[in-house]
Design a protein around this ligand. Structure first.
Ligand code: ZN
Length: 401
């Protein structure tokens, strides 16, 4: 049951139903393309004429295009409709302490070309300068694209809305950085910025289709240099009053636990981030300087190669992931939990201790059955989500009351 806010609403007009039906058509085309006007009329349970009015509107605006003609047993051959992804693209950026990645994507989020990586300069000005240079080169390499509709950026920190200022990114040491304005000025493009955990939730939400089950309520946990968490509730990513909702990375597991990047002790992040896993292996604090060029992937390789200390360090991360997930699942009761990050490359090693810790703490037998699914790094959930920051609003449900 949703209550109408009597201080913030839009009275429904004839335009309202048109706007809603237009978004429904756009989403049906996106999810099921190619499909014809007759397919749409059937899916929506309305007359063909009503669908044609909406379709013609969307064709006129350039949101969809007509493509190939299909076969018909009798009568007129249907013309298929598609989302217009030609010659338009977005730039997705994932900023992490260890490196920054860039990718071009079409309006459906499909990657165009490969992924470019560069070192993450800690000085935001220097980082923006090198990012702008890379973006310029990337755009120059893709002359077939006429329009770049914007840049979506995932950052490992807290982002204010609606200004999108990066208030605090502990692992980068950033405080109140107006990255959006700097990047927009340097590139001339519209820029959208969001916290990396929430970015993953946005990407997951928009990558899901009707056949994926009860997909509206889920939690996405992204374990990398730090730990980001995003929560989707009833097909909407939770933001909260100060855009902090879902910041479970700093959930307290133990008051005497290891030092966290946020300055406190014993946060969940300080047990399960890549830095924490490496620190456990090397026997130092997670906030200490990383051990040379040794990465989490090197550690996973050692764990697989029979290094028992490496295996124990990785499996302990699995256990602590399970402990934290139990707290979140007991509190939010989502339909599913997704786990992203390099550690998923060793899912066969971490899954048994993760599930054991989760089952031990799940409050009811029903909640214990909550699916926990790894998202492979090859799916690039952060870049996919960064692209969705720019592309998804065109498909989002209109807010009316
Ligand atoms: Zn913390």
């Amino acid at each position: 049951m949703r209550k109408i806010d009597t201080t913030r609403f839009r009275v429904a007009t004839r335009r309202t139903s048109r706007e809603i039906n237009r978004t429904i058509v756009l989403n049906l085309v996106r999810a099921r393309q190619p499909l014809s006007r007759a397919d749409l009329a059937r899916a929506m349970g309305v007359r063909r004429g009503a669908v044609s009015l909406i379709v013609n509107d969307l064709l006129k605006d350039g949101a969809i295009v007509e493509g190939a003609t299909g076969d018909a047993v009798r009568g007129r051959k249907p013309t298929f409709l598609y989302i217009d992804t030609r010659r338009r693209a977005v730039v997705a950026i994932d900023i992490r302490v260890s490196q920054t990645s860039l990718m071009l994507a079409d309006l459906l989020g499909k990657p165009i070309g490969g992924i470019v990586t560069l070192p993450t300069e800690r000085d935001p000005k220097a980082l923006v300068k090198s990012l702008a240079g890379r973006i310029k080169r990337l755009l120059g390499d893709h002359g077939e694209i006429d329009e770049f509709t914007g840049i979506g950026v995932a950052v490992p920190g807290m982002v204010e809305r609606p200004s999108m200022r990066v208030l605090h990114a502990p692992t980068l040491g950033w405080h109140d950085v107006d990255l959006r304005a700097m990047l927009a000025r340097a590139t001339g493009l519209n820029v959208e910025i969001e916290n990396s955990g929430r970015v993953c939730a946005v990407g997951q939400l928009w990558a899901m289709h009707a056949g994926d089950g009860p997909a509206g309520d889920f939690v996405f946990v992204s374990a990398s240099d730090g730990l980001g968490v995003g929560v989707s509730f009833q097909r909407e990513v939770l933001r909260g009053r100060h855009n902090l909702a879902g910041e479970f990375g700093h959930l307290l597991l133990s008051m005497d636990g290891p030092k966290c990047s946020c300055g406190s002790n014993g946060c969940w992040e300080a047990y399960v981030s890549n830095r924490a896993t490496l620190a456990r292996y090397f026997g130092h604090e997670p906030d200490a300087a990383p051990a040379g060029d040794f990465t989490i992937d090197d550690l996973l390789a050692r764990a697989r190669g029979g290094d028992l200390k490496a295996r124990a360090a990785v499996q302990a991360t699995g256990k602590y992931l399970g402990v934290g997930l139990a707290v979140i699942v007991n509190a939010l009761d989502p339909s599913a939990v997704y786990v992203g990050g390099e550690i998923t490359g060793a899912w066969d090693l971490i899954e048994p201790p993760l599930r054991a810790a989760f089952l031990e703490r799940a409050l009811t037998p029903a909640v214990a059955t909550t699916p926990i699914r790894p998202v492979a790094t090859i799916e690039h959930p952060r870049l996919r989500g960064a692209a969705a920051l720019v592309t998804a609003p065109a498909f989002a449900a209109p807010v009316v009351a």
